[in-house]
Design a protein around this ligand. Structure first.
Ligand code: AMP
Length: 299
């Protein structure tokens, strides 16, 4: 397996100004892999409970996601209840039920241990470390998190940051973790915590990549209607990491293009609730948006 993700597989209840869904397939590992599989083979380390519908397993398999690292355990699947107001960049968590994730200690299948690209998606930082420790010399390790873990496990999160090459966060999380109000200062503070590359996602305002003294910005793809921003960050990471692992090189040009592919995949994600749009994206649609991005930013 060249690309591996550990993260949540969830049943989400989401309300946005445009509508709501109950118990829809979600989770950070889910959005990541459904996005990344359009670029590269992707394996998933996660756990679900006995209540996890078989149709979701079939859906993930049908999308080509390798599920040999997904365990089914006694108990209930992880559940997240969230709400968005008019500011779609600001998710309010109403309830988080860790359920089977509480006691999950994964043991990676042998084929996963040689993965070159590893994404530690939003999940308990202790779990992120336990997966990282089982992979032999990965080329690129990236991680994400959210305010839930910044508040409840800051020290464990800082231990993860010491061991990754790349950290992705949204603007509010980056500022909260770095304890800085200015974005540039926040990015520099995060680099001092360990990762040499920091990506700060700014929702409809695009994403910034910081590496050494260089900064690169990718706009968000302009859309008229955003139905549900859930999973945008993970879809972004899936496009970014999926492209890099398919490409196999990590030069500045690769990172810049990866940022554009991240923006493209996030744009598909937010066009419908859950995986409604992302789950059916075709490669030619990615190519079309890539061409549009080019004309959008050429001057
Ligand atoms: P994103 O919108 O990309 O930040 O991620 C949304 C996904 O994160 C949802 O599908 C949730 O199931 C999942 N999620 C929410 N809270 C947590 C948490 N504390 N740990 C792991 N995953 C979470």
């Amino acid at each position: 397996m060249s690309l591996l993700v550990v993260g949540s597989v969830a049943l989400d209840c989401v309300q946005t100004p445009q509508g709501s869904v109950r118990d829809s397939l979600g989770g950070s590992a889910t959005y990541f892999s459904v996005s990344a599989r359009l670029f590269s083979r992707v394996g998933m380390v996660a756990v679900v409970g006995r209540d996890f519908p078989e149709e979701h397993v079939q859906f993930l398999r049908s999308r080509g996601v390798d599920l040999s690292g997904m365990e089914r355990r006694e108990g209930k699947t992880f559940r997240w209840h969230g709400r968005y107001g008019q500011d779609l960049n600001d998710a309010k968590t109403l309830k988080t039920e860790l359920n089977v994730f509480d006691a999950f200690r994964p043991s990676l299948p042998a084929a996963y241990r040689e993965s070159q690209y590893l994404f530690l998606a939003n999940i308990d930082p202790d779990l992120q470390v336990s997966v990282l420790e089982q992979v032999n010399g990965p080329r690129l390790v990236a991680c994400d998190t959210m305010n839930y873990w910044i508040v409840s496990k800051p020290e464990a999160l800082k231990r993860v940051l010491k061991r990754v090459h790349l950290f992705l966060a949204n603007e509010a999380e980056a500022k909260q973790l770095a304890q800085e109000h200015n974005l540039l200062k926040a990015a520099r503070a995060l680099v001092r915590m360990g990762p040499s590359i920091v990506i700060i996602k700014r929702g409809e305002y695009g994403a910034l990549l910081f590496k050494d003294e260089a900064v690169f910005w990718a706009p968000a793809y302009p859309l008229e209607a955003i139905l549900d921003p859930t999973g945008a960050g993970d879809s972004f990471a899936g496009g970014f990491m999926g492209y890099l692992s398919a490409r196999g090189t990590l030069g500045e040009r690769d990172l810049r293009r990866a940022l554009i592919y991240g923006s493209i995949m996030a744009s598909f994600c937010v066009e419908d609730f859950g995986l409604g749009r992302l789950g059916s994206v075709r490669r030619h649609e990615i190519r079309e948006r890539y061409a549009l991005f080019r004309s959008l930013t050429r001057f």
